[in-house]
Design a protein around this ligand. Structure first.
Ligand SMILES: Nc1ncnc2c1ncn2[C@@H]1O[C@H](COP(=O)(O)OP(=O)(O)O)[C@@H](O)[C@H]1O
Ligand SMILES: [Mg+2]
Length: 564
């Protein structure tokens, strides 16, 4: 008795049906999933001409009997699901029983398969959905599926395929995702006879290193968190100096299924919070494991989207896990690293999001990273009245952006004062009359309440003039007055006079802090540095700009080409 059953029509109707095959990469995805479901430990993918000409996926999984191999290509024939109630307990990738049937309808498919316990294997060949032919064949245990001439019978679809190079990149991306999800399985990808990817390492970070290079991989922070034994969060993401302009190198998984999820991406961004510059994305992976009952994978035919039954809880857990992972983690980028990483970012747009491993590796120098500096930093001198050059621990020089550093300090002090609910405003000994332009006046009126909540007390003084009677305690009289004037000037020129959410706090922090082009004494520099290291994240300002970079002895040696 075979394992595969044809689903009854009612169950079929309840499964979101749809065309699953769009391009070679979708074929590769379905075949890889079948191999994983079959318990394979080695999966080899070979493609020709981007997969349009030929795709071959070879596994060493459990194989199929002759009877099952014939059933496998029938629509809604699956060994993984019997009734709809099984859907909630799914631990396999497949369940619709339609992938092979769909592939068979648009290509010539050859399946060679043998179960370990059977002496001979079977070969099933079907062309464009026609009656299959079957024969005995000698074959190693496991299954090989060959797909040739994809869409040869649907010229409109075939025409829609992109260049071989672009299709290859899509295939690469698929292989990368499953290789990261399943470090226990080895994966290879060969394209037109050339080895493109080879993942054999037993852990995820080493697989990531194959993609982004060992230097960048060293900037990865690993974390894992389990919430009430219900949600498991496992991830590895780069520190803030290794980022890209798109989220295409963040690999997301839910129960080992590669997914795309705006919810998870925004949770990651919130986990980094102000550490990450806006518009920049880290590199790495995030895996969520939870009871299959908590998710619905049946949303989209290609199963890339998931629906959580409790999205808010998932979000919160991720934010916490990431925030915790990066709290107290040293983040200072070194100049040498920054130069290396720009190369990682230079992957040509047309092969995004896959990364050509060879190219990246040959460009990136494997090197022991010198320890990045942490306090104490001893200020040496000021550069251009804007940067503080300091001696770091070990053989390093640290250069701080005095404004970015001061902004981080002020920003956190303002937040702190708001949280404590303590006195946030300090009365001025003598009120200051504010001479305002009409635009500044309306900016003030529109933001009066919000400014008041931050500690600015402004009173109408008659005749359309105003006087400042109180300033935020954290700024003090002089800085407070200066900050308000600059904020109003700023707002009066902005396209949106009423800033949203935290933006007003950012503006106040910006204008209430030591600026660039401001000479500082040694003492002021020391105070700034020691205050900076008391903040929750000394390494970036609240917009995510770096507050400091470090230059190690090794960086100097590379810059002067003493060492390559
Ligand atoms: N590589 C493989 N090894 C063993 N069995 C396979 C393999 N690929 C497909 N099968 C069998 O064929 C059936 C149909 O596959 P498919 O059309 O992808 O549907 P599904 O994966 O949703 O069940 C599977 O349920 C499985 O029993
Ligand atoms: Mg399948």
């Amino acid at each position: 008795m075979g394992k595969i059953r044809v689903l009854d029509p009612q169950t079929v109707n309840e499964i979101a049906a749809g065309e699953v095959i769009e391009r070679p990469a979708s074929v590769v995805k379905e075949l890889i999933e079948n191999s994983i479901d079959a318990g394979a430990l080695n999966v080899r993918v070979r493609i020709e001409e981007g997969g349009a000409r030929r795709i071959e996926v070879i596994d060493d999984g459990e194989g199929m009997s002759r009877e099952d191999a014939l059933l496998a290509i029938r629509r809604h024939a699956t060994s993984k699901l019997t009734t709809i109630s099984d859907l909630n307990r799914l631990s396999t990738y497949g369940f619709r029983g339609e992938a092979l049937a769909s592939i068979v309808s648009v290509s010539r498919v050859t399946i060679r398969t043998r179960r370990k316990e059977e002496p001979v294997g079977s070969q099933v060949v079907s062309e464009f959905g026609a009656e299959p032919s079957v024969s005995d064949i000698g074959a190693p245990p496991g299954t090989t599926v060959i797909v040739e001439g994809l869409f040869a019978n649907v010229p409109a679809r075939r025409k829609h395929l992109s260049s071989d190079k672009a299709e290859t990149a899509h295939v690469q991306d698929v292989v990368v995702r499953y290789a990261i999800a399943h470090p226990e399985i080895s994966f290879d990808l060969e394209s037109d006879g050339r080895e493109l990817l080879s993942f054999r390492g037993p852990d995820r970070v080493s697989r990531l290193a194959e993609l982004i290079g060992p230097r960048a991989a060293k900037r990865v922070v690993e974390f894992s968190k389990s919430i009430n034994d219900e949600i498991e969060i496992i991830g590895a993401l780069t520190k803030i100096d290794v980022t890209r302009s798109s989220p295409s190198s963040i690999y997301l998984f839910v129960n080992k299924r590669p997914v795309s999820s705006p919810l998870l991406l925004s949770a990651i961004a919130d986990g980094y919070g102000t550490r990450l510059m806006r518009g920049r994305y880290p590199i790495g992976y995030l895996m969520i494991e939870l009871s299959p009952e908590e998710i619905d994978v049946n949303v989209h035919p290609t199963k890339r989207e998931v629906r959580f039954s409790n999205p808010e809880k998932i979000r919160e857990s991720i934010v916490h896990a990431i925030d915790e992972a990066f709290r107290g983690t040293e983040m200072t980028p070194s100049l040498g690293d920054l130069m290396e990483y720009t190369k990682v970012g230079e992957i040509p747009a047309d092969i995004e999001p896959a990364v050509d491993m060879r190219r990246t590796q040959s460009e990136i120098v494997v090197d022991e990273k010198e320890e990045a500096p942490s306090p104490p930093l001893i200020p040496l001198f000021q550069l251009f009245n804007t940067y503080i050059v300091a001696q770091g621990s070990g053989d390093s020089i640290v250069i701080l952006d005095q404004h970015a550093a001061a902004e981080r300090i002020t920003y956190e002090r303002i937040l702190e004062s708001l949280k404590e609910g303590a006195r946030i405003s300090q009365r001025l000994l003598s009120p200051v009359i504010l001479e305002l332009t009409s635009a500044e006046r309306s900016a003030l009126e529109e933001n009066m309440e919000h400014l008041g909540s931050l500690g600015f007390e402004v009173e109408e003084f008659g005749g359309g003039s105003y006087r400042l009677v109180g300033v935020p305690v954290v700024l003090g009289a002089e800085q407070g007055e200066r900050a308000l004037r600059s904020v109003l000037d700023d707002l009066s020129k902005a396209s949106r006079r009423r800033p949203l959410g935290e933006e007003l706090i950012w503006k106040v922090a910006c204008h209430g802090s030591i600026r660039a082009n401001e000479p500082l004494t040694k003492h002021q520099m020391s105070v700034l540095i020691s205050d900076l290291f008391k903040t929750s994240n000394p390494y970036t300002c609240e917009h995510g700009r770096p507050t400091m970079i470090s230059l190690s002895r090794g960086d100097f040696e590379r810059l002067f080409k003493r060492r390559l």
